[in-house]
Design a binder for this molecule. Structure first.
Ligand code: FPP
Ligand code: MG
Length: 300
């Protein structure tokens, strides 16, 4: 199987897990469940669950609770996209080539679809305890939950989103330090959660989990810079969402600060270091190494 076929197969497996864990669309809350399903089924790259599973494979052992965390993380990622696209935030009508949730279901339902997904994510992650057998399983699940809460919350993605919103205000003077804080938290934090949780559930030691945290930070920052590059160089047809939105929103990005060429150089350096970390572990995962490179240099 070549990389592309393997990626398709593994992405398909993630889709199966997501379908299994998504709640049934019924009852008086049927509308919000439908909106949650719409957003999750919009078909993203499933990068975070993929990274989680591959990071676990790097450390050998398969954990029964892993799929619960894979679904939980994708639900959190999806909620963040629903809220990010809202008129009060980025006001984007398209995402992943489809109308955004608020455009289809209205702003009111979109807000609570995000809330619903965030809460349901933790319900889903907690189900990993039901699959725990040994005391180590329980301890690893607890540790994974702490990482999930931390990296998704105010000391992670939400914190990064806050700084990002402030950075857009004309009175804010955006420094390079602030920009890095935004990338590290808004984007890298969930990638860190993916790779650290995968490692933790597979029994990696503290040192290895720390290395995964650093590796994922590089991937996240490179991924975000690439996102900013694509916002300048790509098109709606390729990307599935409007380009030029950073400029439209007068957004200061790594690209506006350093220019395209320096941004591309930075992406290459970060990616090289990230892959270097992966290559340093005693077990190699060639698929993961290629996945990281492809994600960073993606065209959409
Ligand atoms: C695209 O991911 C998403 C990012 C680059 C991260 C953006 C971060 C936010 C929008 C944070 C928002 C936070 C709050 C609290 C509202 P992707 O390319 O993996 O998307 P895909 O799943 O569509 O492939
Ligand atoms: Mg946005």
């Amino acid at each position: 199987m070549n990389f592309k076929e393997e990626l398709e197969k593994k992405t398909g497996e993630v889709e199966t897990i997501l379908a299994e864990y998504l709640p049934k669309q019924e009852g008086f809350q049927g509308k919000v469940l439908e909106a949650m399903g719409y957003a999750v089924s919009a078909g993203g790259k499933r990068l975070r669950p993929l990274l989680m599973r591959e990071s676990a494979d790097l450390f050998g052992e398969t954990a029964e609770g892993l799929p619960c965390f894979m679904a939980a993380l994708e639900f959190i990622h999806t909620y963040s996209l629903i809220h990010d696209d809202l008129p009060a935030l980025d006001n984007d009508d398209y995402r992943r080539g489809r109308k955004t949730t608020h455009v289809v279901y209205g702003e009111d339902i979109a807000v609570i679809a995000g809330d619903g997904l965030l809460n349901y994510a933790y319900e889903t992650a907690l189900r990993a305890f039901e699959k725990a057998v040994t005391i180590e399983d329980y301890q690893r699940t607890e540790r994974a939950l702490k990482i999930l809460g931390r990296k998704a919350g105010v000391y992670g993605m939400v914190g990064g989103q806050c700084a990002d919103l402030l950075a857009e205000k004309p009175e804010t003077e955006v420094t390079e330090e602030m920009l890095l804080y935004i990338h590290r938290n808004k984007t890298a934090a969930l990638i860190q959660a993916a790779m650290m949780i995968g490692a933790v559930l597979a029994g990696a030691d503290d040192k290895a989990v720390e290395l995964m945290e650093r590796c994922a930070e590089n991937i996240g920052i490179a991924f975000q810079i690439q996102d900013d590059i694509l916002d300048v160089t790509s098109s709606l047809e390729v990307l599935g969402k409007p380009t030029g939105s950073d400029e439209k929103n007068h957004k200061l990005t790594y690209v506006t600060m350093h220019g395209l060429e320096e941004s591309k150089r930075q992406v290459a350096a970060l990616s090289e270091e990230a892959v270097g970390i992966l290559k340093g572990f005693s077990h190699r995962n060639a698929f993961l190494e290629t996945l990281v490179e492809q994600l960073i240099y993606r065209e959409k």
